[in-house]
Every structure is written in structure tokens, then in C-alpha cells.
Design a protein around this ligand. Structure first.
Ligand SMILES: Nc1ncnc2c1ncn2[C@@H]1O[C@H](COP(=O)(O)OP(=O)(O)OP(=O)(O)O)[C@@H](O)[C@H]1O
Ligand SMILES: [Mg+2]
Length: 632
């Protein structure tokens, strides 16, 4: 069957060429080939993990959902068996009113069983509905607790990053699906079991008839699910292209260039190609689904006819009475429905289970990447001296170290400058000094204690880093500067003034309350330089003894730049400063300048010493200075 589908599938090109498997399609191939046996083998561990999670989210709702379902199954059996008694009374000899009267007690019992079953299922459904958001929230909270704690280097690791995206995009939504479908599988199983037990109680010979009646529908359900995966798989590359194209055509960021480069027709043409492919696959799948459905229905019809013939024969030879045959028809119909639902939900559970597995695996992976300080972690002492000794650092997956054998010293109250060409390792060194990365070789000590001994959060509260690629937080101006620290208005005003952000705030109608995100109504956006002023104010607001400025003025106008460097030169209100900049005129006043070249310290000293030496620094300095000399 699979071969046939595969062969037929080649009618429509699937266009998977040239693309690596994306993180969200890593299980597609697996789904395509998994048989019912594989699925059944995986189910117990999946069900156990799902129920454990559900129990942690809400023991009461989990218990109600499970007990309600099982109890409803008991009432299904009771209802079916009592129906046979109702029929027996109705089919008995005698005047009709007497027969109806005789049937009444059983009829009331059937009504009560049906009512109770309905109530139990409703209660269980309500518990399930409450469980879903609770499970999703628990899964998401656990994920984010980990993603915000793992070491920064994990984000540079391709495998970790992929695993995280898989867990975030498919794993979290699928945890709720796994819990939901686990309960649906149990419901289906209880339904099938109830019908089988009812038939067994009516007459043991009736039990195999259920199997005959239900197998064709079950077969069709499995085939249809497989067909669904197949379409999904064939379309995965097209879907990726579509995501990409929709971002290009309907997002704010590329909108200007789409117009400036007159890309409209090109993009629409690409979109039409992808849409044609998608449409072709969808029509193909629809046709094949119709064929399978017709085949399944036909076989179900034949099987049902066979069941009726068998019932008729049993009736004719007097093995079962008419009332039992009538109740058996009802039980078989109910069982047929439950079995189809069971197989469908098993398929879904398996699919969701693969992504749920990713989620669990990611949590384990992340747990291993949480930096473990010595126990108990040391508290960083008031800052006196920060030293890096023979530090070597290589980014995950990189083939060359970004820093090799680097030693620097930052004393309290000093202004230290790091200069060097693009890619020479300045930002990397700053991140190591801030404890964001750990060196593979060498040590970084804070007042003599290795940074690894500190609780990371406690350490980073003492250091303020204004990153080169600072984040444009989609929050209000106030939140952008205060960044989760307690709000102190005086401090906020001082930090803004120091960074020139007060001028930015003055232009905004909502002042500090202006939301810096255009995606929301009333949101504002800022210019590159205005954003940089906000980032610098954020650095000043933190009550940190050591401030690391990584290219703080790259987007600032001349006046703002001058003001900021003046402040830094004045030790920014008593702080210790590590300054990274390409504007060499501004580092002349630094207590010490380190010149990096290819990840190593090439020169170090004061401006005067380095100029005297006539090395790399002197060359770069002369080059910049010459640009300002009058053109002859
Ligand atoms: N996250 C990363 N993963 C892998 N390699 C990186 C990463 N960040 C930087 N690098 C590499 O490490 C080296 C040093 O980069 P770094 O950002 O420290 O340079 P820089 O001196 O700050 O340069 P610039 O003046 O351009 O800011 C470069 O070769 C760069 O390509
Ligand atoms: Mg840099």
C-alpha cells in the first residue's frame, strides 16, 4: 500500500531539493513510515509521561477526567445489557400494554444509565478543558525557566538552538495535545472494551463479530492519517518557502526594500509557484482520500452485512433470542465508532508524542547547560580588581579561538580601553569579563575569586554591560531604562540625562510611558541613535561598580558622542569603566589601552606610550587623525 502511495506521489513534484531538513520537519519521515505496531509499542511510555505532566498540572482535574471516563464505560455496558432486557420484554408474548409495562423498569434503568453516562462524560470533558491551559502553562513555564538560565554559549550552539526551537514551537503546544489525546485514547479504549464486555455478557459468541465489523473502518482511519502525513511531508519545503515569502511581502522591515528594488512581481511570481505546488498536492491527497474512504465504506458495508447474516443465522438456529440480537446490533455500532476513534487518536498521540519527546529531551539537554556554581556560591565582594589571566576562548562550533592567551587588568576607578580592528575579539573579551561566557583556558578573577565560583545573577548585578548589539526591548521607555530594577525617579532622570535620553523622552508625547513598539496601537519607534541613547541610559541606571561600554557611540551624533565621552573620561560618577570604541581620539585619556589583534593582545599602555612605540595603535591613530586634517 505504502509503495503504491509513494509511486503515485511522484505525479506531483515535491521540490525538496537544496534544503536541509528544518527543525520542524525532523519527524516527518519517521511519521511516514511508522506502522501501527511501532505506534502501539511507544504508547505506554507516552501515556505515562503525559499523565505525569497532567498530574503535576492539576491532580484533581486529571483524576476527574480519568475516573469519569472509566465510570462512563461501566454505564455504557449497563445501558447496552439493560437494552436487551427492554427488548426481551417488548418482544415477549401478550397484550402490548402489558409488555410495555413489563419493560418499564428496564427502560428506566437504560434512561438512568444513559443520563449518568452523559453526566460523567460532561464532567470529565470539563476537567479536560481545564487541564489543557494548565498543562500548556506548566510546560511553557518550565521551558522558559530553563531557556533564561542556560549559559549564554548554548545559544551559539547550533544543535542546542535547533532543539530549543523544536521544543518551543512544536513541543509546548503538543504537550497539551499529548495529554488531551491520551485521555481520548483511554476513552476510545474504554468504549471498545465496554462494547466487547456488553457483547460477551449478551452471548460470548458475539464478541468476534465486533472485530469483523470494526476492522475495515480502523484500516481506513490509519490510511487516511498516513496520507495526511505524506502530504505534510511533500509540502514541507513549500511551506518554508511560503513562510519566507509571506514575511518578505507582509512584514514591516523588508517593506521599504520590496518597493525600492521593485520586487513585487518577482515575489508574487515565486508565491504563485509555491501555491501551485501546494494546490496540486492537496488535490492529489483529496482524491486519494476519497478513494480510501470509499474503499473503507464499501468494506464496512460488506462486513456489516456479514455481521447481520451471522446474527440472523444465530437467531435462526436459536442460539440467541431476538432481544439479544437487537441489543448486539447497538453494541456493535457503538464499538465500531469507538474503535475508529481509538485508532485515529492513537495516531495523533503518536505524532504529538514525537514532539513531546523533543520537549522532554530539550529539558534534559538544557538542565545540563545550567552553569553550576560551587555550593554554596560565593557573594561577589565590593569591586577592587578584575583580572583575566591567559584566557583562551573559542565559540561553540568555531574552528579558531576568538581570544587566545589574553591577560588584562581592570583596577577600581580606572578607565580601560579595548581597541582593535573588526573581529579582533573586543566584544568577546567584554562578555568574558562580564561573566557571560566562560573561558576554556585561563581564569578571570573578581577580587581574586574565579568568576565560576559566583552565583551568575549576583555577579551580573554588579556589572553593567551596554552591548554593541543591544536589544530594542518592545517595552515603554521607562521599562527600557529601568529593566526590572526597582524604580527610582531621581536615578532614572540622572541616567537619562547622562545618556542624552532625556532629549528623546522630551520629544515623545507620552514621555517615559511611550511604548517603543510599532506593532501596538500608539507605539513609537526611535532612530538608531535615539535607541542607543536609551541603551546607554539603561547602563547608567544599574547600580553597578563596573560598566562595560561596547561601542556606545557608534550611532550617536557628534554632540551626544562628545558629551558621553566627557562623562566616561570623568569616570562616569565614580564608576570603573571598560570602554570599547573605534574612535581613538576618545581613548586618549584612558588609564590603559589594550590593542587586540586577531584575538590576542598586540600592545598595551597609555596613549603616550603606545604613540611612542609607533606600532599598530599609532598607525590607526594617525590614520584617523589625518582624516581630520585640512585638505591641502
Ligand atoms: N557568537 C559567535 N559565534 C561564533 N563566532 C563568533 C561569535 N561572535 C563573534 N564571533 C567571532 O569571534 C571573533 C571576534 O569577534 P568579536 O565580536 O569579539 O569582535 P570585535 O572585536 O568586537 O569586532 P567589532 O569591532 O566588529 O565589533 C570574530 O572572528 C567573530 O567572527
Ligand atoms: Mg564588537
Amino acid at each position: 500500500m505504502r509503495l503504491w502511495l509513494r509511486k503515485r506521489g511522484t505525479n506531483v513534484p515535491d521540490d525538496r531539493s537544496g534544503l536541509v531538513v528544518a527543525y520542524w520537519e525532523s519527524h516527518d519521515e519517521h511519521l511516514l513510515t511508522a506502522g501501527l505496531g511501532t505506534i502501539a509499542r511507544r504508547l505506554p511510555s507516552l501515556v505515562a509521561a503525559a499523565l505525569r505532566l497532567a498530574w503535576q498540572a492539576s491532580p484533581r482535574d486529571t483524576a476527574v477526567a480519568l475516573v469519569g471516563n472509566v465510570a462512563a464505560g461501566v454505564f455504557t455496558v449497563l445501558g447496552l445489557v439493560t437494552t436487551s432486557e427492554v427488548l426481551a420484554s417488548l418482544f415477549a408474548a401478550g397484550p402490548t400494554p402489558d409488555r410495555v409495562r413489563a419493560a418499564l423498569p428496564s427502560l428506566l434503568l437504560v434512561a438512568a444509565a444513559t443520563g449518568l453516562r452523559g453526566a460523567l462524560l460532561a464532567g470529565s470533558g470539563w476537567a479536560q478543558a481545564r487541564l489543557k491551559p494548565l498543562v500548556e502553562r506548566l510546560a511553557e513555564t518550565r521551558l522558559f525557566e530553563l531557556t533564561t538560565r542556560v549559559e549564554l554559549a548554548a545559544f551559539d550552539d547550533h544543535d542546542f538552538h535547533n532543539a530549543m526551537r523544536r521544543a518551543r514551537d512544536s513541543g509546548v503546544p503538543d504537550t497539551a495535545t499529548v495529554v488531551e489525546t491520551t485521555i481520548a485514547v483511554l476513552t476510545g479504549a474504554v468504549g471498545v472494551l465496554a462494547s466487547a464486555i456488553a457483547l460477551g455478557l449478551l452471548h460470548p459468541i458475539l464478541m468476534p463479530l465486533l472485530l469483523v465489523a470494526a476492522v475495515p473502518a480502523g484500516w481506513a482511519a490509519v490510511r487516511m492519517a498516513r496520507l495526511g502525513y505524506q502530504a505534510f511531508y511533500r509540502l514541507s519545503a513549500a511551506r518554508r518557502r511560503k513562510f519566507m515569502l509571506s514575511d518578505l511581502m507582509a512584514e514591516r522591515q523588508p517593506a521599504a526594500e520590496v518597493r525600492a528594488f521593485t520586487l513585487r512581481d518577482f515575489l508574487l511570481g515565486q508565491y504563485a509557484k509555491v501555491a501551485d505546488l501546494e494546490q496540486g498536492v492537496q488535490l492529489d491527497v483529496a482524491r486519494r482520500r476519497a478513494v480510501i474512504k470509499a474503499g473503507g465504506d464499501l468494506m464496512t458495508g460488506i462486513a456489516t452485512a456479514g455481521v447481520y447474516v451471522a446474527l440472523g443465522a444465530l437467531l435462526a438456529v436459536g442460539v440467541i433470542p431476538l432481544s439479544v440480537a437487537g441489543a448486539a446490533v447497538l453494541a456493535i455500532r457503538a464499538g465500531q465508532g469507538s474503535l475508529t476513534a481509538l485508532i485515529q487518536t492513537m495516531n495523533r498521540l503518536y505524532e504529538a508524542g514525537l514532539y513531546f519527546g523533543d520537549y522532554l529531551a530539550f529539558r534534559e539537554m538544557a538542565q545540563e547547560r545550567i552553569p553550576a556554581p560551587l555550593s554554596p556560591p560565593a557573594e561577589p565582594a565590593p569591586f577592587r580588581l578584575l583580572t583575566a589571566e591567559n584566557v583562551t576562548f573559542t565559540y561553540p562550533g568555531a574552528d579558531r579561538p576568538a581570544l587566545s592567551d589574553v591577560s588584562v587588568t581592570v583596577g577600581r576607578g580606572e578607565v580601560i580601553a579595548l581597541v582593535g580592528e573588526n573581529g579582533s575579539g573586543k566584544t568577546t573579551l567584554a562578555k568574558l569579563l562580564a561573566g557571560l561566557y566562560r573561558p576554556q583556558e585561563g581564569t578571570i578573577r573578581w577580587d581574586g575569586v574565579d568568576l565560576g565560583a559566583f552565583d551568575g545573577e549576583a555577579l551580573r548585578r554588579r556589572i553593567s554591560v551596554i552591548a554593541q548589539d543591544h536589544t530594542r526591548w518592545p517595552l515603554t521607555v521607562r521599562e527600557n531604562i529601568v529593566m526590572g530594577r526597582p524604580l527610582e525617579e531621581d536615578r532614572l532622570a540622572a541616567a537619562s540625562a547622562a545618556a542624552g535620553a532625556d532629549e528623546v523622552v522630551a520629544r515623545l508625547s507620552d514621555g517615559y510611558d511611550a511604548l517603543l513598539d510599532r506593532r501596538f496601537r500608539g507605539g513609537h519607534d526611535l532612530s538608531g541613535g535615539q535607541w542607543q541613547r536609551i541603551a546607554v541610559a539603561r547602563g547608567f541606571y544599574r547600580d553597578a561598580a563596573l560598566v562595560i561600554f561596547d561601542e556606545p557611540t557608534s550611532a550617536l551624533d557628534a554632540r551626544a558622542e562628545h558629551a558621553l565621552f566627557e562623562r566616561i573620561r570623568g569616570h562616569a560618577d565614580g564608576r570603573t569603566i571598560v570602554l570599547i570604541t573605534h574612535r581613538l581620539a576618545s581613548v586618549r585619556y584612558a588609564d590603559r589601552i589594550y590593542v587586540l589583534d586577531g584575538g590576542a593582545i598586540a600592545e598595551q599602555g597609555t596613549h603616550a606610550e603606545l604613540m611612542e612605540r609607533g606600532g599598530m595603535y599609532a598607525d590607526l591613530y594617525e590614520l584617523q587623525a589625518s582624516a581630520f586634517q585640512a585638505v591641502p
